[in-house]
Design a protein around this ligand. Structure first.
Ligand SMILES: Nc1nc2c(c(=O)[nH]1)N[C@H]1C(S)=C(S)[C@@H](COP(=O)(O)OP(=O)(O)OC[C@H]3O[C@@H](n4cnc5c(=O)[nH]c(N)nc54)[C@H](O)[C@@H]3O)O[C@H]1N2
Ligand SMILES: Nc1nc2c(c(=O)[nH]1)N[C@H]1C(S)=C(S)[C@@H](COP(=O)(O)OP(=O)(O)OC[C@H]3O[C@@H](n4cnc5c(=O)[nH]c(N)nc54)[C@H](O)[C@@H]3O)O[C@H]1N2
Ligand SMILES: [Mo]
Length: 764
């Protein structure tokens, strides 16, 4: 048995050299995840890319030839692929410069840290002179920009949020906006070793902790928590939070000493709560009409929060929506009004149910990584502005107090991500992808992004190469020796870039004369020597490689976030402009953005159940993270396939919504709005609030050949809008949009995406 790490857990496997013959969860995992079943079953699937391919039109007519996404591919040898790609890279860098290459290449790739695809592609492009990069993420793009203005750096917080063990011991009430999802906490970037969300919540409950789960889906919080379910309208959390704040303010429950000592701007916010600034008191009755939560329940909850040690936690999904700043900011404000920030088990959290790492003890050490080099290009985009950038070269736009200009992109290089999974409004993305001269994709599978590229290079899967890895804030550092040889002619991204950089005259810069095996050993030994100089002893590389993984030390097992700020705000100020929690931000106010003013407010989104658009499209689509896979990864794998209905992605609907449409469990249905439509397989479930259609992300986009707005498989991103959360953060809003749903009555179309695309005879 050899151990291997994925973003969704560690497993032990036996291999015959070509495939895994036995897979079982890592013995140290108390709550193993069935997602590991996707790996072996996908490895030799017909959608593996077995050799380099070039799109026919590009091969015949050169860069810029139309037909991207519609044409067959021509298999070529590696030598031919390197010749064509290095020639094209040379042309673009020489004629248009590094500012014309988009190498942001957003995506999760695989868990192993040396073969981390983004590190590899960024290092490679830096050797060539740099590239236009992206900032922020689809995960937390809105919070990443907001929080430094009002509370502090999000990435610091994610590693330092109060430990789950402290919550178990001290917290009496968790108010979880967006729930505490065990399916999401199954995943950590770089891997989770020990899953324990259910166990943690069961223990907290046994210790007297109550959970209120504010979400449209009952199972966003596991049964073990025994949670009260408040099924408010999606997109309305800011109104609910304002009403909770209004009760605290009006009924003398706010901690005024805390507000005076640790925060700035409460008065201006309170004037809004009280209706002094706009004539509308934000009381529970006002919020009931918006959220659907009874006013009495809101008032009582505010009292319960003030009477208990309360953790207010907001999932990341709430900010992946229009005006997504507001519920995050208000979560901070509520926690400040309760006066519990910096106390054990109280205060504000963000993402306890969004990833496995939040609330894990803060790890003291990083793990070895390959340096990415220096990118001299200053131009960047907020990551979710990809279509805007490609469609509008030279246009200017606002972001976080800056005025920026979109570059003119000639070449797009993607390695380790799937934009036709992650971006919104896929028909628009397709138009955007038609613009550049050349699109290059490395992937192990024929994803929709690979099918929309010109030069497609087959990368290995993580089980096919030597690596090592540890998840963010995870204590286990695993060796990951290759379990099998590669599928077909697949190569490691590192090997591909090594060869390309050689032919482009920067081989020495990229490889520094090392093979991947030499890098693994050298990076490890360098790390070990650095630690040894600081008094921490680690095994030699050979011992590590032959072992079962090592346990990394943590700084302190029971951290309490902002405890030092609470103890002495002058000695330990926050990193905000005032050093205090900013309930009113002069900086944000100074930007003058109507869609994100100087203090948190309720703003009505374009697409929500309380608005006019719901007359035509009466269901709120929840496009959340999938339970049976990570994003689009290994969608062809056994566990992902096990929940499909007639081969389509499952969509969940409340029994009343199903019967109102004459639909039954197992029916194939069509979801649609003005942007697009898709098929899905119906699952009728009363865990879903009425008014909701829950279709998780991850089904590979399978456009109808005559209509790219129609996905035959169930990718919700043909329906979502390519609108930013706000001008401030320009974050993704993929979580929510409005749709209608009906029976699908036509002949069920075959899926093209579950087979390799059409290929022509080899050309060399
Ligand atoms: N509607 C809607 N859309 C969303 C979201 C939402 O909530 N709603 N959530 C968003 C979020 S939070 C995220 S993070 C994104 C995720 O978006 P992505 O991270 O782009 O999605 P993945 O499917 O993880 O894509 C990773 C790709 O890398 C490939 N890969 C794996 N290992 C390797 C390797 O070693 N080398 C190479 N070259 N490739 C490799 C995989 O096969 C896969 O195609 O989606 C976003 N999209
Ligand atoms: N199994 C699995 N786990 C994952 C991932 C995966 O792909 N698969 N992806 C990982 C990644 S990259 C990320 S960024 C995180 C994302 O973590 P999150 O963003 O927290 O996860 P989601 O599943 O998108 O959303 C969580 C829940 O929020 C609820 N919700 C949606 N809109 C609203 C709203 O307006 N108000 C309220 N109160 N609730 C709402 C939905 O019911 C949804 O199920 O998950 C990580 N974990
Ligand atoms: Mo994410």
């Amino acid at each position: 048995m050899t151990t291997h790490l994925t973003h969704w857990g560690a497993f032990e496997a036996v291999s015959d050299g070509r495939r895994l013959t036995e897979v079982r969860p890592w013995s140290g995992d108390p709550e193993p995840m069935p997602l590991i079943e996707n790996v072996a079953s996908a490895q030799h699937h017909p959608t593996r890319i077995d050799r380099p391919h070039i799109r026919r039109g590009w091969l015949e007519h050169g860069p810029g030839a139309p037909g991207r996404g519609d044409e067959p591919f021509v298999p070529v040898s590696w030598d031919r692929a390197f010749e064509l790609l290095s020639g094209e890279l040379r042309r673009v860098y020489d004629e248009f410069g590094a500012e014309s290459v988009y190498g942001g290449s957003y995506g999760w790739a695989s868990a192993g840290r040396f073969h981390h695809a983004q590190s590899q592609v960024h290092r490679f492009l830096n050797c060539l002179g740099g590239y236009v990069r992206h900032v922020n993420s689809y995960s937390m793009g809105t919070s990443t920009v907001l929080l430094p203005h009002i509370l502090g750096d999000l990435y610091w917080m994610l590693g330092n949020f109060t430990a789950k063990s402290v919550i178990t011991e001290h917290t009496e009430l968790i108010v979880a906006f967006g729930g505490l999802s065990p399916k999401n906490a199954a995943v950590t970037p770089g891997g989770v070793s020990r899953h324990h969300t259910r166990g943690w919540l069961a223990e907290a409950r046994a210790n007297g902790c109550r959970v209120v789960s504010v979400t449209p889906l009952r199972d966003d919080t596991p049964a073990e928590a025994g949670a009260e379910w408040l099924a408010s309208r999606p997109g309305s959390d800011a109104a609910l939070m304002l009403a909770l704040a209004q009760v605290l303010d009006a009924e003398g429950l706010a901690d005024n000493d805390f507000l005076a000592r640790y925060t700035v701007g409460y008065d201006r916010f309170a004037a809004y709560l009280r209706g002094e600034s706009d004539g509308v008191v934000k009381d529970p009755r006002w919020a009931e009409a918006i959220t659907g939560v009874p006013a009495d329940r809101i008032r009582a909850l505010a009292h319960e929060m003030a009477a208990a040690r309360t953790l207010v936690t907001v999932s990341w999904s709430l900010q992946r929506a229009r005006y997504g700043e507001q519920p995050v900011w208000l979560g901070v404000v509520l926690a400040a009004m309760l006066g519990q920030i910096g106390l054990p088990g109280g205060g504000f959290g963000h993402g306890y149910g969004s990833t496995g790492s939040v609330g894990e003890p803060t790890r003291r050490l990083g793990v070895p990584r390959l340096a990415q080099g220096v990118n001299p290009v200053e131009t960047f985009i907020p990551v979710a502005r990809i279509s805007d950038m490609l469609l509008n070269p030279g246009a200017s736009y606002d972001y976080n107090g800056q005025r920026l200009v979109y570059p003119d992109i000639r070449l797009v290089y993607w390695c380790g991500g799937n934009p036709f999974h992650h971006h919104q409004d896929l028909a628009r993305l397709r138009r955007a992808f038609a613009r550049p001269d050349t699109i290059v994709v490395h992937d192990a599978f024929w994803t929709a992004s690979a099918r929309h590229a010109d030069i497609v290079l087959p990368s290995t899967m993580t089980i096919e190469r030597d690596d090592y890895g540890a998840g963010e804030n995870d204590r286990m550092f695993f060796p990951m020796p290759a379990l099998t040889r590669p599928h077909g002619e697949a190569r490691d991204d590192y090997a591909i870039f090594a060869e390309l950089s050689e032919s482009l005259g920067v081989g020495k810069e990229f490889t520094e004369g090392r093979t991947a095996e030499e890098w693994l050993r050298d990076l490890y030994e360098q790390w070990r020597a650095d630690l040894s100089a600081r008094g921490t002893t680690m095994p030699s590389f050979d011992e590590f490689w032959a072992g079962e993984g090592i346990t990394l030390p943590v700084a302190e097992p029971g951290q309490v976030v902002f405890a030092d700020f609470r103890a002495d705000p002058d000695a330990h100020p926050l990193t905000t402009p005032t050093g205090r929690i900013e309930i009113f931000s002069e900086t944000i106010d100074g930007f003058g953005y109507a869609d994100c003013p100087g203090h948190p407010v309720w703003l009505e989104p374009e697409e929500w159940l309380g608005g006019a658009a719901a007359q035509r499209f009466p269901l709120q689509l929840i496009a959340n993270q999938p339970r049976t896979k990570l994003h689009s990864q290994l969608d062809v794998g056994a566990h992902s396939q096990s929940v499909k209905v007639a081969g389509r992605e499952p969509v969940r609907l409340h029994p009343d919504e199903a019967s109102a449409r004459g639909l039954r469990d197992g029916d194939v249905v069509r979801l649609f709005n003005d942007r697009g439509s898709c098929l899905a397989g119906l699952v009728v479930d009363d865990a879903v609030r009425p008014g909701i259609a829950q279709l998780s992300t991850g089904a590979w986009y399978d456009p109808d050949p005559s209509d790219p707005t129609f996905c035959r498989h169930g990718n919700p991103n043909v329906l979502t809008a390519d609108r930013p959360s706000s001008t401030l953060s320009q974050g993704s809003t993929g979580q929510l949009c409005l749709v209608q749903l009906e029976a699908f009555t036509g002949e069920l179309p075959d899926l093209a995406v579950s087979a390799a695309p059409e290929t022509l005879p080899v050309c060399d």
